[in-house]
Design a protein around this ligand. Structure first.
Ligand code: PEP
Ligand code: MG
Length: 897
């Protein structure tokens, strides 16, 4: 028997699949939704599904498996039986929609053909009863067939439509009457034949087979591929759903709409939707006309709205999550066409998760998983300050939150080009179309003059977390000339700075003052639940009291890394560091160090105060000394000029000394050079100064009643002896300083190191016998494991490895996402060996954290939880992201057990 390749919607039994995920992977999201809706008894147009795997078959073989065609033909006959209509019969034609449906939603990326089965003869018959509808449907079919199946794009037809309306003095498509629609469809048909260079296919079966192939192929369109890559969607293939057409453009009692069972913007518990009278689904999504709200619709058609609400709530109760549905009303009868989990802003995600928990619909663990960790960053987005004196020039729909300032760019290619040159772009368009995606992804914000909250620009921006304003109708946008006008006056042009606030929809010319967000309300509750479940501790990388304060506000439980070299960068401090570097003798150097000591001490006191009672890991000086000297080339130019001009003055002498010192200190591979404990071992006076500053800050803070939990970290150890020698020198020194002040030094300070060189990872057992804690520095560890210079590769070739070379050499940037096979292996090994060795020699837990850049990355946190680390440390603003990611990791691990 040939395998079953075509499933009528009522032949799919969702209970035969272990999970919704598996159901979706087989039939696609739309197919799964249609099967569920059939089971729940919702009114849906009858039809069938061809599962995802057959699009992969088609991609590989450019043909169909044996038997597929027969099964499709049988399925069409079943729709004919159920509807009483006949495919290709002019008297009562069965018309179809052919819809793509991938396992995960890819808004606007995949193709759909509507009104299939029409021809000019069929249309003439249909026009007997309802001419406007018939000719409108026919011209739409020509357009969608030409665009999707023949790949001509829709622009030529849109232009014809715009010109035609202008000629007739009409603004909207609905204002065109039947004879005008007929005339327009003739012009479309001519255009088709001109563009495609063949006649329009009359045979509905040919139309059907070609459309199915076009939908199969849409999986591999460049824009779909780009979207998959950006969102890391696996190669599932797309299913095809063939359904009886229901017509939202049939008459005044018809229309089409989309709804969310709760607000996708702020999560309010209220069905939110948009409805376009006398229109087909594509009109809503394309944002061509401004739709009416559910409240407006209620005034006109209260019974339909009641029915929509009832069915929407039924769907939400079934899925236990907010749904995004498409529906059509055909001559007063309601049909649901699609349901899927609704995309939402981070604010809405948190509110819906907490509300559903409090309504008893979901449990705490599900509540945690309802908010993607990477979305949390959007909640931490900036807003335009209420104090800002600049007035907005226009207002649109607040489609996706965040306030940004960037250069206005009206053209997709230009946006991509400018972004590659490092410019920050706000893409300004009338509306966006699926093929604009690469340009949108290259921008930091989106502004359109058309569309509502469910239009393409809004959905895509929310999906990729870009601030966006849509439907700012006062703006007249001219994409060709690159300018935006209000009342005929140019308000900004290509390259001008503009600002948008996606939280409230305000558009500004120029730069504005933005403020940082606060953690309040539901977000606080949500984070509290995350903290209850997570096992990993969350610390922060902070070098100043202010960073420490922000991190504590965001929930940091300590400092995992305070980079002391960053404390010397202030303008008034640098000359003091230069003095230290230029010192020729030990005495001179100690003298210079004594000027730095009070500054360090002051900072440490500030940090201890902010972190009262929480651990603070302070890393002793790490970078190469010559980094603190002025730019070598600048010094050389100035020096040469002085010499040529015969001005061999004091400045000349100073430059001479600086240049000589620079050349003495400079290394070919500074990253692998005289830094960290190597510098500490050769010049211990530097670390001794830092110890003095730390101890005096500790004593002063303790005397002020602050509980200081100090951990001193020695950086860049590769051989255990580098660590042991310094510890044996600095620990007694610190203890002596404390004793001199009458402090009991016993175990007050912990001594540890950073594992950031592969040799240290390989000898973690030896180091663990000496060190009380480890923290992985994945920035250097990645650099040295790959042999990638961390200052160079991203600008030179790494991005090409990831984005340009096909198939890509690497999937992710290992400086951002933990490289599990290399660096990850080293981490797992050092954790195991280190813990074992410490237990054998000290019977004490070895505390292990991570403080490289990957510490705030959700994907990496999953791995680190499995590797049994005690904490991750990340930048202050990423602390909430890490809290959520760690909770996700814990829930996932529990579920796996
Ligand atoms: C590291 O190497 O991962 C690290 C945290 O240290 P730095 O970035 O200061 O080299
Ligand atoms: Mg490092």
């Amino acid at each position: 028997m040939t395998e079953k390749m075509v499933y009528m919607f009522d032949e799919i039994d969702p209970d035969e699949f272990d999970s919704t995920k598996e159901l979706k992977e087989f039939f696609g999201g739309k197919g799964a939704g249609l099967a569920n809706m059939t089971q729940l008894g919702l009114p849906i147009p009858y039809g069938f599904n061809i599962p995802c795997k057959y699009s992969l078959y088609y991609a590989e073989n450019k043909s169909w498996p044996d038997g597929l065609k027969d099964q499709i033909n049988d399925a069409i006959h079943k729709i004919e039986e159920k509807s009483g209509k006949k495919f290709g019969d002019p008297d009562d034609p069965l018309l179809l929609s052919v819809r793509s449906g991938a396992p995960v939603s890819m808004p606007g990326m995949m193709d759909t053909v509507l009104n299939l089965g029409m021809s000019k003869d069929i249309t003439k018959e249909m026009a007997e009863n309802n001419p406007r509808w018939a000719w409108d449907s026919w011209r739409r079919f020509i357009l969608s067939y030409s665009d999707i199946v023949k790949g001509t794009g829709r622009e030529p037809y849109d232009e014809i439509m715009d010109d035609y309306k202008k000629e007739k003095g009409k603004k909207l498509d609905v204002e065109l009457d039947a004879s005008e629609m007929k005339e327009l469809s003739d012009i479309y048909l001519e255009e088709y034949e001109k563009l495609v260079e063949e006649e329009f296919p009359e045979d509905p079966w040919d139309q059907l087979y070609s459309s199915i192939n076009a939908v199969f192929s849409s999986w591999d369109s460049p824009r779909a591929k780009a979207y998959r890559k950006m969102n890391k969607i696996p190669e599932y293939g797309t299913a095809v759903n063939v359904m009886r057409m229901v017509f939202g453009n049939q008459d005044e009692k018809s229309g089409t709409g989309v709804l969310f069972t709760r607000s996708p913007m702020d999560g309010e518990k209220k069905v939110m939707g948009e409805f376009l009278e006398n229109a087909q689904g594509e009109d809503v999504v394309a944002g061509v006309r401004t739709p009416m709200s559910m409240d407006d619709l209620r005034e006109e058609k209260p019974e339909i709205v009641d029915q929509i609400y009832e069915l929407a709530n039924k769907l939400e109760a079934h899925y236990k999550d907010m749904q995004d549905c498409e529906f059509t009303v055909e001559s007063g009868k309601l049909y649901f066409l699609q349901t899927r989990t609704g995309k939402r802003t981070a604010t809405a995600a948190v509110k819906i998760a907490i509300d559903m928990l409090e309504e008893g619909i979901i449990d705490e663990k599900t509540c945690i998983t309802r908010v993607e960790p990477k979305k949390i960053e959007a909640l931490l987005h900036k807003r335009v300050s209420p104090e800002e004196s600049k007035k907005p020039i226009a207002k649109g729909y607040n489609a996706s939150p965040g306030a940004v300032t960037g250069k206005a760019v009206f053209d997709i290619d230009e946006a991509i080009e400018r972004e590659e040159n490092g410019e920050r772009i706000i893409l300004v368009r009338k509306e966006t179309k699926p093929e604009d995606f690469p340009g949108m992804a290259a921008s930091i914000g989106i502004l359109t003059s058309r569309g509502g909250k469910t239009c393409h620009a809004a959905v895509v921006a929310r999906g990729i977390g870009l601030p966006a304003i849509v439907g700012a109708g006062e703006l007249e946008i001219n994409e060709k000339d690159g300018e935006a006008k209000i009342n005929d006056e140019v308000v900004f042009k290509t390259g001008d700075l503009i600002s948008i606030d996606g939280l409230n929809g305000d558009v500004y010319v120029g730069e504005v003052e933005v403020i940082d967000p606060e953690i309040t309300g539901e977000f606080k509750k949500y984070l509290k639940i995350c903290d209850k479940y997570r096992k990993l501790g969350i610390r922060t990388n902070a070098d100043t009291p202010e960073m420490a304060m922000n991190a504590v506000k965001n929930g940091a439980e300590g400092i995992g890394l305070c980079r002391t070299e960053r404390m010397f960068n202030a303008e008034d401090r640098l000359p003091k560091v230069v003095d230290m570097i230029l010192a020729d003798t030990l005495e001179e150097r100690e003298d210079a160090l004594s000027n730095l000591e009070p500054l360090q001490r002051e900072d440490f006191e500030g940090i201890f105060e902010e972190m009262d009672g929480k651990p603070v890991t302070v890393r002793l000086l790490d970078p190469p000394l010559h980094e603190f000297l002025p730019d070598y080339k600048d010094m050389l130019v100035e020096f040469t000029e002085l010499r040529v001009n015969g001005e061999e003055n004091k400045r000349y002498e100073e430059l001479n000394r600086l240049i000589t010192k620079y050349e003495e200190l400079k290394e070919e591979n500074a990253m692998l050079g005289h830094r960290g404990v190597r510098l500490g071992n050769t010049n211990p006076e530097i670390y001794k100064m830092q110890i003095r500053a730390l101890i005096s800050a500790l004593i002063a803070s303790q005397n002020d009643g602050i509980d200081v939990q100090l951990e001193i970290m020695l950086p860049l150890v590769s051989h255990v002896n580098e660590f042991t020698r310094l510890k044996n020198m600095l620990k007694p020194y610190a203890e002596e300083l404390m004793e001199d002040e009458g402090f009991e030094p016993e175990n007050r300070i912990k001594w540890g190191t950073m594992i950031e060189i592969p040799r240290a990872a390989l000898t973690a057992d030896e180091i663990a016998e000496e060190a009380e804690f480890f923290s992985f520095g994945t920035n250097d560890l990645t650099q040295m494991t790959f042999g990638f210079s961390r200052d160079d590769v991203e600008g030179k070739f790494l991005m090409k490895y990831i984005d340009e070379i096909m198939p890509p050499i690497m999937k992710d940037n290992p400086f951002e996402h933990l490289d599990e096979k290399g660096v990850g292996k080293l981490i797992e090994m050092s954790v195991d060996n280190g813990r074992k060795a410490r237990k054998e020699s000290h019977d004490e837990h070895l505390k292990i954290g991570i403080c490289g850049e990957v510490g705030g990355d959700p994907q990496s946190i999953m791995f680190l939880q499995k590797a049994d680390l005690d904490y991750v440390s990340c930048s202050p603003f990423r602390v909430p992201v890490a809290r959520v990611a760690a909770a996700h990791a814990a829930v996932k691990e529990e579920d796996e057990e």
